[in-house]
Design a protein around this ligand. Structure first.
Ligand code: BES
Ligand code: MN
Ligand code: ZN
Length: 485
């Protein structure tokens, strides 16, 4: 999908050359200054009760005399906030998907666009045009829409053009994350994730290194290795580096959980909905998507993605409850529950991250069901002992319409991890499960400025709309860009 600006013709909206014209109507009364043929259609529909200026309402008109576009769609967008725009544009695009329009021009009646509104528009259109088809060739076609333009004043065109390009990069990174996570576990293996990283490397000049089991053994990653040992699928420890700033600039490091399928291991999960554990590499996918977006924008920042990738399987060689493993940090861990595997692979990746002397490290993981209970599917769980870093991430999430919510890390929660046989157990009790998971990770971050994002509730949707969301790529890209110079 191509996004561009289109300076409004002298004849105004009726003169805009496009297959379909979408007129966004803000506020509770018809906009002032709307040109005659359009204003007449709108007023007529309002008086006949077929349209009201209430967020979410739409009206379709075909071949309006005096309007160049064959198709005209009106949509009420409430206060026209980026959030409201994103919601309504989803509906409008779902409609256009089935039609014959190849080009769409979008106008904000009686107002000028802001960069944030332009970004929301790109996000809405992109997310609603994505179709998963890799293993479903019968999926309906994505629609004919290929070009979307923002109708704007000449003075705003440069600013909005830049906003559209940035938004497009975010949308494409998000789509990559969705696509990777949607692929089933027999397609999206650790090897596949490594190939995706290598492909990104070729396309964008990233330095990509993939460590195998032997290399991880040399590094002493006993915790990561313990999770991987039950699977016949070879593990991959992926490191991808984007260098957009001076070598001396400390990098942002993102660590993504890459469990390509989580059966729970010997502490096996119930059968119901276990298929959704193919999404357990959503953190890894978001790291790849963020790298893609940041590299495509050529942002002036150094960014490193680290992805420990493996399956969590039961087998005769699998790690067992009660086994004690030694992490790369030297700390020992009693594996009380093999289904708490995410933290076991992340802890070694966090220790590995130290070598890059990072400015900050953010890990992203579909880590706990408890986080879904705490926050549902709207906000990602954010954990950090660092107030400034937490504030940056929260602000990035708000700006990206990909919100997070800060959770506590009081030392009292750490007690749940005590073990009689190792430096720590890998689980606390059921109480505060997302917090004790974060406290476990925190034990491996002594030398780092660190934050943890638990995306168990936000990385995918269940039910009829089952599928990956690509979150939190928008949050992460905003965060990384805010650190670029
Ligand atoms: N990948 C799961 C977390 C998960 C579960 C995400 C359900 C989304 C929905 C993780 O590896 C896991 O199994 N966590 C356990 C931890 C428990 C054993 C302490 C959980 O949340 O039940
Ligand atoms: Mn698990
Ligand atoms: Zn898991």
């Amino acid at each position: 999908m191509d996004f561009k600006t289109q300076v409004a013709a002298a004849a105004g909206l009726p003169g805009v050359a496009t297959d379909a014209l979408l007129v966004l109507v803000a506020g509770e009364t018809p906009p002032e200054g709307l040109e005659a043929p359009l204003a007449t259609v709108l007023a007529g529909a309002i008086s006949s009760g077929d349209f009201a200026c209430k967020a979410g309402q739409t009206l379709y008109a075909h071949h309006v005399p005096g309007v160049k576009a064959e198709r005209v769609l009106f949509a009420a967008v409430g206060d026209a906030s980026p959030k409201a725009l994103r919601k309504t544009l989803g509906l409008a695009v779902a409609y256009l998907k089935t039609g014959g329009a190849k080009s769409l021009a979008v106008a904000l009646a009686g107002a000028s666009w802001t960069a944030a509104q332009a970004e929301a528009l790109v996000a809405a259109i992109s997310e609603n045009s994505y179709v998963y088809r890799e293993t479903k060739p019968s999926a309906p076609p994505a629609g004919k829409l290929a070009v979307v333009s923002l109708v704007c004043a000449k003075a705003d065109a440069a600013m909005l053009g830049a906003a559209l390009q940035r938004a497009k990069a975010i949308a494409e990174g998000t789509a990559l994350a969705r696509e990777c996570a949607n692929r089933p576990g027999n397609h999206c293996t650790p090897t596949f994730l490594a190939q995706q990283a290598q492909k990104l490397g070729k396309e964008h000049g990233l330095k990509v290194e993939v460590l195998d089991r032997k290399a991880c053994e040399k590094l002493g990653m006993g915790s990561f290795l313990a999770v991987a040992q039950g699977s016949d699928e070879p593990l991959k420890f992926i490191v991808a580096r984007y260098e957009g700033a001076a070598k001396t600039a400390a990098p942002v490091v993102l660590v993504g959980k890459g469990i390509t399928f989580d059966t729970g291991g010997i502490s096996i999960k119930p059968a119901a909905e276990m298929d959704e554990m193919k999404f357990d590499m959503g953190g890894a996918a978001s790291v790849l998507g963020t790298l893609k977006a940041v590299a495509a924008m050529k942002a002036k920042v150094n960014l490193i993605g680290i992805i420990p990738a493996c399956e969590n399987m039961p087998s005769g060689r699998a790690v067992k409850p009660g086994d004690v493993v030694k992490s790369m940090s030297g700390q020992t861990i009693e594996v009380l529950n093999t289904d708490a595997e995410g933290r076991l692979i992340l802890c070694d990746a966090l220790t590995y991250a130290e070598r890059f002397k990072p400015a900050v490290v953010v890990d992203i993981a579909t880590l706990t069901g408890a986080c879904v209970i705490a926050l549902g599917h709207h906000r990602t769980g954010l954990f950090s002992p660092d107030d400034a870093l937490a504030a940056e991430l929260l602000a990035a999430g708000d700006a990206a319409l990909d919100p997070a919510w800060r959770m506590p890390l009081d030392e009292e929660y750490d007690e749940a991890l005590k073990s009689n046989f190792a430096d720590m157990g890998n689980v606390g009790g059921r109480a505060g499960g997302s917090i004790t998971a974060a406290k476990f990770l925190q034990r491996f971050t002594g030398k780092l400025r660190w934050a943890h994002l638990d995306i168990a509730g936000t990385a995918w949707k269940s039910g009829v709309a089952k599928g990956a969301t690509g979150r939190p790529v928008p949050l992460l890209v905003h965060f990384v860009l805010s650190r670029a110079r």
